[in-house]
Design a protein around this ligand. Structure first.
Ligand code: ADP
Ligand code: MG
Length: 698
């Protein structure tokens, strides 16, 4: 029998393969590049390329590609075959170190937000040896970064790697202050939990909104929704089970540690969580997971919806970014240790995160901002758009005790200067219960819950790593030059708690009173939409922080702001046009046909029974006719709003106009259409309903 361990990672050029296929010195040299970020010598690259090619051919590969993550949010690849003609008319399979290290895809069609003049169409891709190459289909995929010729990042991986480097540098400075001389690197890790919906493909195909926009733009509430909570962790249906089985196999072959899967709260909604790994690899793996989910679903007659809010009134899908930082020798820096000194170090890292999240609330909000996720943040299943940190009572109590110089009553032993003795061990259970917090401490990691299901996790982690690097830098700058380390440390922690405790909130994040308190009393930010938050990417404090750690150049930030707003505008515009189209060509004709049928039937009845009143028919015809008029009028209004966007020009202004005019008009059009759906005979309704989609999977 074939077991998982027989094929796990079989399509990955991982450490096992490298060790087996590379000469010992080459292997050592490559490992140094992977583990310590050392530059790779070109001779080594040639030998690695040869071994990689031979291994790939043995696995049936014929092509290779530099696999990268342009700012479209999905991955890109351009396949090239290994074949090179030889003089005798045959071919040989070649792949050089140069081809491994650098590629030159035509970059002109990828978004650059003005970074790349059109004459400079050729961006280049550069191998990222910290993420293993893998085979997908018949193609060897080499994870790469993607830059313009002038060196500007055109992708999400480059700034992510830079942010990991910034965090490494600053965290090591802190560790040295605590007497740690052995750790060589500090790395951030992530385990992203991925939510998604599965719907029958034959039904999906009948809905233009799902096909063009990934979400339903119309649809009345079904008689049954998620109110019974009978789907969460429920029995998995056979077709879904076979989808999950194949998905796991495909992911395991790629070395992706898919670990848990279950039904989510909404009908037809599911979740997959992998075991955590370094942020960079986790990002690559999450992109691959989303791609493979979609491919495997189709093989089972299903479509995997990764949109954040495919169905109004039903829970949307998010992604929980479980994030921690650890040393290369295995110390989790967010894990309270066994001794007071370790505790002090833990508290300092904890404070660094608290300060980072408060100082850069805007960047975290921006990092998850898309038109799709705007529907989710602030609705009552996802965290609100206001960022706060959940720490749990124990940890909050300890911080309060430090702030006020009072003993923490939870611990009886004598106090050291820092005000803490051995901290209690934080078990998952005492801290993980709050599901409404956007940013929750869960024992030895933070769970950032605002990401949308289709987001690349790169953006959130770029901002998180950078902001925490900035706090650590401020701490290190101060602490490296003091005489009395312990006193300075104590003061620093106290000051952080005083200055930033407003961001800590252990209550219910869905409560309206919280939003009021957060914004009016605590002064926290509440950017409800992408159009609201995105321009703040360019606020001076943000530009200064991100450029000082060399995560982004100023030009890169401008380009990203432009691209993100452009995406926002384009996706809403496509939705608006799809609505107009569906209203005109499907909904209006259907309602009209049904109205005519009822009117005809009333006329027929009247012909037969001349004194019969036809109350039902008359009422219905009147009602439906009013709906038809309303739908037609609102469709016209939406069309006019679309035309109104024609010559706005500037993306910031356009996105604001879309937020203020287009989105409200879209909601207004939806109302009479959904009402008409509830009045129209099912056989007349032109596309599958919510009930069909949500409960249609066998
Ligand atoms: P829950 O649904 O309760 O949040 P899951 O078990 O579904 O929990 O997901 C937890 C995720 O957190 C998994 O991906 C897991 O690998 C990850 N994780 C666990 N420990 C760490 C850690 N130290 N750093 C980062 N991620 C972690
Ligand atoms: Mg979770």
């Amino acid at each position: 029998m074939v077991t998982v361990s027989d094929y796990f990672g079989s399509m990955v050029f991982d450490d096992r393969v490298m060790r087996a296929k590379l000469p010992a010195d080459v292997y050592q040299s490559l490992r140094k590049t992977i583990d310590e970020g050392k530059k790779l010598n070109p001779n080594v690259a040639n030998i690695v390329a040869e071994a990689m090619k031979n291994w790939a051919i043995e696995q049936g590969a014929t092509h290779f590609t530099h696999w990268f993550q342009p700012l479209t949010g999905i991955t890109a690849e351009k396949h090239e075959s290994f074949i090179t003609p030889s003089p005798d008319g045959s071919v040989i399979m070649e792949f050089s170190g140069k081809e491994l290290i650098q590629g030159e895809p035509d970059a002109s069609s990828f978004p650059s937000g003005g970074l790349r003049a059109t004459f400079e169409a050729r961006g280049y891709t550069a191998w990222d040896p910290t993420s293993y190459a893998f085979i997908k289909g018949k193609t060897l995929c080499i994870p790469t970064a993607f830059c313009s010729y002038s060196g500007h990042a055109l992708d999400k991986k480059t700034p992510l790697l830079r942010s990991m480097e910034a965090l490494n540098k600053q965290a090591l400075r802190i560790l040295r202050l605590f007497g740690n001389t052995s750790s060589k690197r500090v790395v951030s890790s992530v385990g992203p939990e991925q939510e998604y919906f599965l719907v029958p493909k034959e039904l999906y195909d009948k809905r233009a909104d799902l096909r063009f926009t990934g979400r339903t733009l119309f649809g009345a509430k079904p008689p049954k929704g998620q109110e019974m909570d009978d789907h969460y962790f429920g029995v998995i249906k056979p077709v879904v089970a076979s989808f999950m089985e194949e998905l796991n196999e495909e992911l395991w072959k790629l070395g992706i540690l898919a670990k848990t899967e279950h039904n989510e709260v909404a009908p037809s909604q599911h979740e997959l969580a992998p075991i955590y790994t370094t942020t960079n690899v986790a990002t690559d793996h999450n992109q691959l997971t989303m791609e493979i989910m979609q491919k495997v679903a189709v093989k089972h007659g299903l479509v995997c919806l990764l949109h954040e809010k495919p169905f109004a009134g039903v829970n949307g899908s998010g992604k929980h970014n479980n994030w921690s930082i650890a040393t290369d020798d295995g110390q989790n820096l967010l894990s309270p240790g066994e001794t007071p000194y370790e505790n002090a170090q833990f508290l300092l890292f904890l404070c660094a995160v608290i300060k980072a999240v408060d100082d850069y609330q805007d960047l975290l909000r921006i990092s998850v901002a898309t038109a799709g996720n705007d529907h989710r943040l602030g609705a009552n299943e996802a965290p609100p758009a206001v960022i706060s940190i959940f720490l749990g009572d124990e940890l909050t109590g300890i911080l309060e005790a430090i702030e006020t110089d009072t003993p923490y009553l939870g611990i009886e032993k004598t106090q050291m200067k820092l005000g803490v003795n051995v901290l209690p061990r934080f078990t998952r259970d005492t801290t993980d219960r709050n599901r409404t917090s956007p940013f929750a401490f869960t024992g030895n990691k933070f769970e950032f819950r605002m990401l949308g299901s289709s987001n690349s996790i790169a953006c959130a982690n770029i901002m998180l790593n950078s902001a925490v690097a900035e706090s650590l830098k401020i701490y290190a700058d101060r602490l490296e030059n003091v005489e009395d380390f312990e006193t300075a440390l104590h003061e620093m922690i106290k000051k952080t708690i005083k200055d930033h405790k407003r961001i800590i909130f252990n209550g219910n994040g869905y409560d309206d009173s919280w939003i009021k308190e957060a914004t009016e009393v605590r002064g926290l930010l509440n950017y409800r939409t992408t159009a609201d938050c995105m321009p703040h990417l360019l606020d001076q404090k943000n530009v200064e922080m991100l450029t000082s750690h060399r995560v982004f150049s100023e030009a890169e930030l401008y380009s990203r702001c432009e691209i993100m707003l452009e995406n926002y505008c384009k996706s809403i515009l496509i939705e608006a046009r799809t609505m107009v189209d569906m209203a005109k060509t499907q909904i209006l004709p259907a309602v009209e046909a049904y109205t005519t049928e009822i009117a005809k039937s009333a006329a027929a009845k009247k012909a037969l029974l001349s004194d019969f009143s036809c109350t039902y028919e008359t009422g219905l015809v009147k009602n439906l006719s009013e709906k038809v008029d309303e739908i037609a009028a609102r469709t016209d209004e939406l069309e006019a709003a679309i035309s109104g966007l024609d010559d706005v020009g500037d993306t910031i202004a356009e996105s604001a106009l879309i937020r203020d005019t287009l989105l409200p008009k879209m909601s207004e059009l939806r109302i009479p259409c959904d009402e008409a759906e509830t009045l129209t005979a099912k056989k007349y309704w032109p596309f599958p309903t919510y009930a069909d989609l949500l409960f249609g999977t066998k």
